[in-house]
Design a protein around this ligand. Structure first.
Ligand SMILES: [Zn+2]
Length: 251
């Protein structure tokens, strides 16, 4: 069995992140991509890669304050994400506008993503890993699942009239329990990521920011296969692995 998995791994043709032209980061809320892959975004955009952020929900539920909840918070969070994206060099922000913690479906998000995928034609699509055990947030699960389905099926006219000649080379999951890609970043990228996260003032006070930075710094070190190197971990798969291939979680 181990040999079979090794053989499958050897057959996977995954692109080198350093040679990408366009990538799309699909996130459930404004701030998720900054937190989980901000160093990678900073590094890629500096290399000239066009990074597109697609934000599924409006972030309107991210507060304990009922008077702030809703449209007011959505506006604030949009501005925060715009500032953070500028720091990281994000090329374009695309907003799908679903209600944070709302009653929308995977299918509704999926069709929007099919449209965006056909238009943007990214080499790699990043998103949250919906298969990570213990992830309970419905927006995260729906975002990861709808993105995976869209990447797997976006050329089918059944989902949306028309098709595409483009082929996404890989899907890469962040917040994953099964990482197989450890993308090296340096202190400068990590600093930019922290600067970007700091823009999300509606989400973090100074104390929670420091706790988050501690977690993210330690994580960047801990996942590195090389002592002293900083990385951001991902689970990268060719789209073909998202259907029928029951060994995918081990690849
Ligand atoms: Zn989130």
């Amino acid at each position: 069995m181990e040999q079979f998995v090794r053989k499958l791994k050897g057959m996977m043709k995954l692109p080198d992140f350093d040679s990408l032209g366009k990538v799309m980061c699909v996130q459930p809320h404004p701030d998720d991509a900054d937190i989980s892959m901000g160093g990678t975004v900073a590094k890629l955009s500096k290399k000239g890669v066009r990074v597109y952020y697609v934000t599924v929900t409006d972030g309107s539920a991210g507060t304990l304050d009922e008077s702030l909840m809703g449209e007011r918070l959505a506006q604030i969070r949009k501005k925060e994400q715009e500032k953070a994206a500028e720091i990281l060099g994000v090329h374009e922000l695309i907003w799908l506008g679903f209600e944070d913690l709302g009653d929308y479906s995977v299918e509704q998000v999926r069709v929007k993503l099919v449209e965006v995928l056909r238009k943007v034609e990214p080499d790699v699509v990043f998103t949250v890993d919906p298969f990570t055990p213990y992830e309970v947030h419905p927006d995260h699960i729906k975002c990861g699942m709808s993105t995976s389905q869209a990447v797997s099926l976006y050329r089918l006219p059944k989902l949306l009239p028309g098709t595409s000649k483009h082929a996404v080379a890989a899907i890469s999951f962040f917040n994953t329990a099964f990482p197989n890609t450890f993308y090296p970043i340096d202190q400068e990228h990590l600093n930019k990521k922290f600067q970007a996260i700091s823009q999300h003032k509606s989400q973090f006070d100074e104390k929670s920011l420091q706790t988050l930075f501690f977690y993210l710094t330690e994580k960047s070190k801990a996942y590195s296969p090389v002592e002293g190197q900083l990385v951001e971990p991902f689970k990268t798969l060719p789209p073909v692995a998202l259907h029928v291939i029951s060994e995918a979680y081990r690849l």
